[in-house]
Design a protein around this ligand. Structure first.
Ligand code: FE2
Ligand code: FE2
Length: 304
């Protein structure tokens, strides 16, 4: 575990925000160094899955029924690696957004210091995901070019509630899957450790993102709420639809065209996504970010 104490001056800082101060305390008590916590040395045991099979994009389809156990395991390993790669992509976006957000803030304040602590955690996560995907035998998966360019625009321009609500969506969607995978004995042990580390540290980030979203929305007028609700929904759509890269199927030795069609029509997977996002949707509704146009995108992404 990598932890340190919070200097008492930070806690007394007049600019210190309560939530940020508490999160700094939590990070000082419980943080991990994936470089030493994760078992990177033991060779990959192909008897294990990379993710809980129930989360696989093909689980429950006729095609899934035809696959051998070895093919299923290879597919969940590739999908887990793809989710990790999408995680890296989004963590790069959010690190830049948070860094831009604190540019003018007082370095003595708890909010400034918490933000840098969160960035440090994300930085360690991205390296951990990169090594994890590598160990799972995956190539460099990344969202398609147009989505990468949209992400480039988003990380450069998004601010306030649009930035923090999008961060929250990405973190929540990952959180629910990873909670299942970290407890699942069918999942390869080093991936379970990675998920455990991520779940623990992301619970702080989600708390902060929720708090910031509500704070930034205070006093927001109708038009601003409409625009940002829409931007967040579109961002969520691209994040969620980029989780499983279409290349995973061929990599696992499957017929790409058939697998893509089966995944697209997979009602089991859609209902997993919907039920796991119910808490998030409740939050967005309470923040009045579930406007009609936004709702259409969440439905398209099968989040509601
Ligand atoms: Fe993370
Ligand atoms: Fe995070």
């Amino acid at each position: 575990m990598a932890g340190s104490t919070v200097p008492s001056k930070v806690q007394e800082s007049p600019e210190g925000d309560d939530v940020a101060r508490r999160l700094l305390g939590s990070a000082a008590q419980l943080a991990y160094d994936p470089a030493t916590e994760v078992d990177w040395d033991t060779p990959l045991d192909k008897d294990f899955h990379g993710a809980s099979p129930e989360w696989c994009s093909l689980y429950g389809t006729a095609y899934w029924g035809e696959l051998t156990e070895a093919q299923r395991k290879e597919l969940t390993r590739q999908e887990a690696a793809s989710v990790a790669s999408t995680g890296i992509w989004f963590e790069m976006i959010l690190q830049q957004m948070v860094l831009r957000d604190i540019y003018m803030k007082n370095p003595a304040g708890a909010e400034f210091q918490w933000a840098l602590t969160e960035i440090a955690e994300e930085c360690r996560h991205s390296i951990m995901f990169a090594r994890g995907a590598q160990k799972l035998g995956a190539p460099h998966y990344r969202p398609r070019r147009a989505v990468m360019e949209l992400g480039r625009a988003f990380k450069t321009l998004a601010f306030g509630e649009a930035a923090y609500a999008a961060i929250l969506v990405a973190e929540e969607v990952l959180d629910v899957m990873q909670r299942d995978w970290m407890r699942d004995e069918r999942v390869v042990p080093f991936v379970r450790t990675i998920n455990n580390i991520h779940v623990v540290e992301e619970s702080r980030h989600m708390k902060f993102a929720r708090d910031e979203t509500l704070k930034r929305l205070e006093g927001a007028g109708w038009a601003r709420r409409q625009i940002n609700a829409f931007v967040v929904a579109v961002a969520s759509y691209f994040i969620v639809t980029s989780m499983v890269n279409p290349k995973v199927y061929r990599r696992a030795g499957l017929d790409r065209k058939r697998a893509l069609a089966a995944a697209k029509a997979n009602e089991h997977h859609k209902s997993m996504m919907r039920s796991s996002c119910s808490g998030l949707m409740d939050f967005l509704a309470s923040a009045r970010l579930l406007t009609k146009p936004a709702l259409a995108f969440y439905k398209r992404a099968n989040l509601i």
